[in-house]
Design a protein around this ligand. Structure first.
Ligand code: NAP
Length: 360
């Protein structure tokens, strides 16, 4: 007789989209979580997942997911049973429903921008700001809560900035992004707009990159986040790459240092997520490459199951102090994988009520 499944049942909200599909891929055989419910828009509700979703992943859609009936995303009309809801909803829908779910006792771990900058909502990168989880204790949602994931480019940027911020302090950052089409969701940008082309505009993206890092790299003190104090200028471009955002970054540091120290700080970066051995944590959050032509999306985005950020071409900058290239997988580390790691950390540190990792 097979033993009962002791994994924590979870729901994926917005399960049919680009990020929702990654959640399904990653949660399908997750050691702590089991997909119990899937939601999407009224267009998809009532259909099987296979009927509702255009499956764009290279792995096969698991058969038990294909046959699952998609529910409406409607906290009042269609209540959910899972305590943890991984949200891959568009921002307008997230704004409308995520607080209601939290009030109903669910922990919403969201990829949407709707609540990222709310004062009591942690904007989490587990390796960067684990202490911000304490904000959950102040949220007005009773036995529920909201946790968020930063913008997909912000995640790669902050993972590379964190060791430099800790070791030398940061004064100024200039970042130019080359962002993959999967970041625009499904169906995303049309092929006529994207093939043989670069689009030098992504709605609201520069604003997110120019604000979210201050919260993420802020100090948690006296129950609140004191935002990081530096300036960021961002330029965001959509390029014909399927997955993986590339960022060309220049930084001015608070303290004078040399190239070796900068490389050592990046190379030596590790965190509590690694020490705890969380299932989705990469062995090493940042990989530093020495080859002159790396990182590249096709070659480096899947490093450590798409959860590691790759940095290369670290060199002196004649305008600021140092410059380098960062590559991070936007729908894995930058979205679904990042959220799952947030939930793992929150459970491991006892922030999600009585939810506990199943004994292996
Ligand atoms: P997407 O492919 O457009 O998927 C959106 C999902 O939301 C679909 O499941 C869709 O369901 C559902 N939805 C749309 N309107 C709805 C409504 N009125 N009520 C209920 N559900 C509705 O978008 P995505 O790229 O996966 O992004 C999802 C979220 O993650 C967004 O907030 C985005 O900003 C954020 N994010 C995306 C990335 C990325 O790289 N793609 C990275 C980080 C964060 P139907 O199929 O039924 O329409």
């Amino acid at each position: 007789m097979s033993s009962p499944d002791s994994r924590i049942p979870v729901a994926v909200l917005g399960a049919t989209g680009s990020v929702g599909q990654r959640f399904i891929q990653l949660l399908h055989d997750h050691p702590w979580f089991r997909i119990a419910e899937l939601t999407a828009s009224e267009r998809s509700a009532g259909k099987t997942y296979a009927e509702a979703a255009d499956w764009y992943q290279s792995s096969t859609l698991p058969s038990e997911i294909a046959d699952q009936v998609v529910k409406a995303t409607d906290p009042e009309g269609t209540p959910l049973e899972s305590r943890i809801l991984f949200s891959a909803l568009d921002s307008a829908t997230a704004k409308r429903v995520e607080e209601s779910y939290a009030r109903a006792g669910h922990y919403v771990v969201s990829n949407a921008s709707a609540h990222r900058m709310d004062e009591l909502v942690p904007l989490m990168i587990p390796e960067v700001n684990p202490e911000h989880l304490a904000l959950l204790e102040q949220q007005p949602y009773g036995s529920g809560g909201i946790l968020t994931n930063p913008n997909c480019s912000t995640i790669g940027l902050c993972l590379a900035l964190k060791p430099l911020h800790d070791a030398f302090g940061i004064e100024a950052v200039q970042v130019t992004t080359l962002q993959a089409v999967s970041g625009a969701g499904i169906p995303g940008v049309s092929s006529m707009a994207m093939i043989d082309n670069v689009v030098p505009y992504i709605g609201n993206e520069e604003e997110k990159l120019e604000t979210e890092p201050f919260k993420i790299l802020g100090r948690f003190e006296d129950g609140e986040i004191k935002p990081g104090c530096f300036v960021i200028s961002a330029m965001c471009n959509r390029v014909p790459v399927v997955d993986g955002h590339t960022l060309c970054v220049s930084v001015r540091l608070d303290r004078m240092t040399d190239l070796h120290e900068v490389e050592d700080a990046l190379r030596g970066f590790t965190s509590e997520a690694q020490a705890l051995g969380l299932p989705s944590a990469p062995a090493q959050p940042v990989h530093l490459l020495s080859e002159p032509d790396r990182p590249q999306p096709r070659l480096d985005r899947d490093r450590d199951r798409g959860m590691a950020t790759t940095v290369g071409r670290v060199r002196k900058c004649p305008i600021l102090d140092f410059k380098f290239v960062v590559l991070s997988h936007n729908t894995l580390r930058g979205a679904a994988g990042g959220s799952i790691l947030v939930a793992e950390l929150a459970i491991a540190k006892g922030y999600l009520g009585d939810l506990q990792a199943p004994k292996s």
